[in-house]
Design a protein around this ligand. Structure first.
Ligand SMILES: Cc1cc2nc3c(=O)[nH]c(=O)nc-3n(C[C@H](O)[C@H](O)[C@H](O)COP(=O)(O)O)c2cc1C
Length: 405
């Protein structure tokens, strides 16, 4: 089947289309799918429409700088390649491809606990901006052992994912019988046979496994869906006490991933974490919840002085989406599917292509909002549902515009 060449992909949607053609349906659906009715995944997109960017004119934007700082390090643009599991199923050595893409673009890469590569191999592929994502296992001595290895491999920032006490019910995976190891049903066999290029690539490198999991937890149960595999090892009893415990175990920056309320922000701060990822796991966990961009303004204002680094993910597909989040107070945007669509479309090159699309798009949004630097985006988006709310109007719309109105 004819597939558009990578270089012609002008948007993340184009990369998604290429990924859909190149991957067997069951693999594409694992990336693309979400939980329940997929309402939150849809809302993650729709939520952006509620916020409007303020165009600005007659500002010198001959030089637009995307660089910013996170946890003491300069990064080339306010994007992070977020943690995703099973990356080796989308492209051979997918974790290494993503780590290299992040290194080339000088942004952080977050290795997932559900990685398909060894820690040391990711360490060697990634640049200095290597972060690690932790799922808290039932067995705390395993967590300690894993953290020792993570520390020894020079990962500097730890993100602990806390929105997965139980996996979301993802109907597409159940329908497709997408499991570990791959279950060879007739349907899956035909699906794979129709994607010979993917099948050959997988044959060359071998079927991906949850490598890190296997190294630390032992072999995973056969025939379980990916969500079930994670479920078997992740503790359902994780509480705020565990976050406090983790704080005492990890000396570097600690980030809580899966924060979505003011209360979460306050408790996270009280536990001594350094940052949060405002996230609903890309709509893969609790279906029927709000989008992350909708809750962001309240979370930014949750604690006076904004002491925590605010990262955000879920649904970001355009530079303007990122511009809105940065304008509303986020420090950077973490990417899940955008770089995965790129990875599936063309390995490291495809992931870099996704990053380039987003960077160029963001740079234009910055120019058109009169923001030569990321910091100057502050306040340049407002909530359209609150147009008559003075708090939003006066806080968000630049003074010049207000007086001209
Ligand atoms: C295929 C896939 C696998 C994921 N695996 C993980 C994971 O191992 N750990 C984790 O914290 N989040 C995981 N996530 C969630 C992402 O880190 C992120 O929160 C989400 O994808 C953001 O939404 P977006 O895909 O719309 O950008 C995964 C997401 C996808 C799409």
């Amino acid at each position: 089947m004819f597939t558009k060449p990578l270089r012609e992909a002008a948007s993340i949607a184009d990369l998604r289309n290429i990924a859909a053609r190149k991957l067997p349906r069951m693999v594409f659906d694992y990336i693309d799918g979400a939980s329940g009715a997929e309402a939150t995944a849809q809302r993650n997109r729709d939520g952006f429409d509620r916020f409007l960017l303020q165009p600005e004119i007659l500002v010198d934007v001959s030089k637009v700088e995307l660089k910013t700082r996170l946890f003491g390090s300069e990064i080339a643009m306010p994007f992070i390649i977020g943690p995703t599991g099973l990356n080796g199923a989308y492209w051979p050595h997918g974790d290494l491809c993503l780590a290299r893409a992040a290194k080339a673009e000088n942004i952080p890469f977050v290795m997932s606990t559900a990685a398909t590569e060894k820690l040391e191999d990711v360490r060697d592929a990634a640049g200095n901006l290597r972060w690690f994502q932790l799922y808290l296992f039932k067995d705390r001595s395993l967590v300690r052992r894993l953290l020792d290895s993570v520390r020894a491999a020079g990962f500097t920032v730890l993100q602990v994912t806390v929105d997965t006490p139980i996996a979301g019910r993802r109907a597409r995976d159940i329908r497709n019988g997408f499991s570990l190891p791959f279950r060879w049903t007739l349907k899956n066999f035909i699906d794979t046979a129709m994607h010979p290029a993917w099948a050959c690539r997988m044959l060359r490198t071998g079927a991906p496994t949850l490598r890190l999991f296997a190294d630390f937890v032992g072999n995973v149960a056969r025939g379980a869906t990916i969500a079930e595999v994670m479920q078997q090892q992740i503790s359902m009893s994780v509480s705020w006490d565990d976050v406090a415990w983790l704080r005492s175990e990890w000396q570097g920056p600690l980030v809580l991933k899966g924060v979505s309320s003011v209360q979460h922000m306050r408790r996270a701060h009280a536990c001594g974490v350094d940052g949060v990822v405002v996230s609903n796991h890309g709509g893969r966990q609790l279906d029927g919840s709000h989008s992350t961009i909708e809750v962001l303004p309240r979370l930014v204002d949750a604690i006076p002085g904004k002491p925590l680094t605010m990262l955000i993910d879920s649904g970001f597909r355009h530079g303007a989406d990122a511009a809105k989040a940065l304008a509303l107070g986020a420090d950077a945007v973490q990417l899940g599917r955008p770089t995965l669509y790129g990875l599936a479309a063309g390995g490291e090159k495809g992931a870099r292509h996704a990053l380039r699309i987003l960077a160029e798009d963001l740079s234009r949004a910055m120019a058109l909002t009169g923001s030569p630097t990321v910091g100057q985006l502050a306040g340049k988006a407002w909530d359209d549902h609150n147009l008559h709310n003075d708090v939003y109007r006066s806080a968000a719309v630049p003074e010049r515009q207000m007086s001209a109105a």
